[in-house]
Ligand binder design. Structure first.
Ligand code: NA7
Length: 537
């Protein structure tokens, strides 16, 4: 028998969510917590996504922890949207500030979790052959973490370098004088394209679906804004956690078509001037994500802006989306302007699909592009992907892979029936919001229910199947009334071949989620079953 380490809690992943879970359960509840992390440093998304141009496109006042005012005051961000390096430095600071590193094992990927019904404990196995048992497992494995890597034939024959944005090497990649191909024009693609274009000799952008991209309006951080937040810190955190999107700005209550065309134009113009994709979508009007007419008003405006920027008519035609605006909203400065550069070529791979990677570069059905470097900015097997990469077994031998074969099913995006004491931070059917403050909220909910299990002597907690089904229905009812289900993207699973195309989110907004799920704790957790302790840890 291999050596087995018994702990109260295993936390999988040391990104924003996992670090907060470690701190909250270890220092808040005094439990024996072991964190296991695949990378050789903390940071999660921000550890892996080191590509040129990588940065948060959420304003930093909402892209950080909000549970500790002192931390918020002491860490000095420099830019409105922090770059990857700065976020990684922040997360390392947090790790050291709360002395978390001693509880984390790096380069240790959990490959298997199994619930032992005899002992009421989870048994875990790692890629390094280590074995753990734990009463509770918290999976902070990341919403956007498992990479989507299209399998183009011939990739191995390519003589140049190939990178994926979400598995970028630690050493800088030199693009100087190189012919570069970027596949993908989502958040990662648009960021890498803008950054690499000035350095590369030639840049070929392989675009499948054009995207609406509003300016970010990058700028140094506004110290007055941060001061105003600090002066009413609790009020600010409350406002973030009771808003719809938790992005730290005021959302509009005004439907787009309730105002005159002139007024609408002025509001859009101001939103463009202020920058930020989510802000544009949710702070200009209340219904761009749900009402096709409102959505069209917004996209008409964005198309007019694109036409003002992009000089070549054919490039403009290919760059201009024809869909609704209902992928995850993007923002970046200089994205459309980049296509005015002489060294940048837009390749329409919807019209002429990529057939293969050759020794020399990329071949579409009508041309071959000779390249030195290929960048896959092709995104993620999002939301459910990372959970399904781990071989997970709950009660009665039911595997997560079996349970989620048709679609992921959870309760509140945090637990799934048949998997007692297993928690997911920002799992499927959780709120569709900015993440870090919501990670904290969810971890605090987990802390409270775990405390309840401990205080009452119950060994386990798990959601009831009927209750879970009700949650799924609630989520679907809301999501299918939005436009996000009508356009292909990772939000509904349609970006990965073979993945269930379905709803993956609670789209009722964080405020409603907070009330509903937080309220259930006050009522003694209806819909959850608390079991008897079988053995002590
Ligand atoms: P995204 O937003 O999923 O974008 C991936 C891009 O890659 C998108 O343009 C895709 O086109 C394209 N793609 C994917 N597969 C292919 C193939 N086979 N051929 C050509 N093009 C392809 O991922 P990101 O990493 O940019 O961002 C994900 C999230 O991370 C982002 O929303 C933020 O929340 C942070 P498609 O649109 O599917 O036609």
């Amino acid at each position: 028998m291999p050596d087995v380490v018994d702990v109260d809690v295993v936390v999988i992943g040391a990104g924003f969510g996992g670090l907060y879970a470690l701190r909250t359960l270890r220092d808040g509840l005094g439990l024996n917590v072991q964190s296991l992390e695949d990378g050789d440093g903390v940071g999660g998304t921000w550890y892996w996504n080191r590509y040129p141009g990588a940065r948060s496109d959420t304003e930093v006042n909402a892209y950080c922890y909000l549970s500790d005012k002192e931390l918020f005051e002491e860490w000095k961000w420099t830019e409105r949207y922090p770059r990857q390096k700065e976020i990684l430095a922040y997360l390392n600071h947090v790790t050291d500030r709360y002395d978390l590193r001693r509880s984390i094992k790096f380069q240790t990927r959990v490959v298997k979790t199994e619930f032992n019904e005899e002992t009421g404990r989870w048994e875990l196995e790692t890629s390094t052959g280590e074995h753990y048992t734990a009463q509770f497992v918290i999976e902070g494995v990341g919403l956007l973490s498992s990479t989507n890597y299209p399998d183009f034939p011939g990739e191995k024959s390519f003589k140049g370098e190939i990178y994926h944005t979400a598995r970028w090497p630690h050493e800088p990649v030199d693009f100087t004088g190189k012919r570069v191909g970027v596949i993908g024009t989502g958040s990662s693609g648009t960021q890498v394209i803008v950054e690499v274009a000035p350095a590369a000799d030639e840049l070929f952008v392989f675009q499948r679906t054009p995207q609406y991209c509003v300016p970010a309006q990058h700028a140094p951080l506004d110290p007055d804004k941060m001061k105003r937040i600090i002066d009413d810190f609790d009020g600010y955190r409350e406002s973030v956690l009771t808003s719809i999107t938790s992005f730290g700005f005021d959302e509009s209550p005004v439907p787009a078509m309730s105002v005159s065309a002139e007024e609408r134009e002025a509001v859009f113009e101001e939103a463009w001037r202020q920058g930020n994709g989510f802000r544009f979508m949710f702070a200009s009007f209340s219904d761009i994500g749900v009402d096709p007419e409102a959505n069209k008003a917004a996209t008409d405006f964005l198309k007019r802006k694109m036409a003002e920027i992009v000089k070549d008519p054919e490039t403009l035609r290919v760059l201009t989306p024809t869909d609704l605006w209902a992928k995850r909203p993007l923002c970046n400065d200089g994205y459309y302007e980049t296509f005015n550069r002489d060294n940048v070529t837009l390749v329409d791979v919807k019209a002429h699909p990529i057939i293969e990677v050759t020794e020399k570069g990329i071949r579409t059905d009508n041309a071959e592009y000779e390249l030195d470097i290929i960048v896959f900015a092709t995104g993620f097997d999002a939301v459910s992907g990372m959970y399904l990469k781990i071989d997970q077994t709950g009660r009665g031998g039911l595997t997560l892979q079996e349970k989620w074969a048709d679609r992921p099913r959870t309760t509140y995006g945090m637990m799934t029936a048949g998997f007692p004491n297993m928690f997911m931070i920002y799992g499927p059917m959780g709120p569709f919001t900015n993440q870090p403050p919501v990670h904290e909220w969810q971890v605090e909910w987990m802390r409270d229910i775990i405390k309840h299990v401990i205080d009452t002597g119950a060994g386990t907690v798990e959601p009831d199947v009927d209750f879970e089904n009700e949650w799924m229905e609630t989520c679907d009812e809301i999501a299918y009334a939005t436009l996000f289900m009508k356009v292909n993207s990772w939000i509904n699973g349609s970006n990965v071949p073979g993945k269930p195309v379905t709803n993956y989110f609670y789209m009722g907004g964080m405020g409603a989620y907070n009330e509903l799920v937080g309220g259930s704790a006050d009522e003694g957790y209806p819909g959850f079953t608390f079991g008897k302790a079988l053995t002590s840890a």
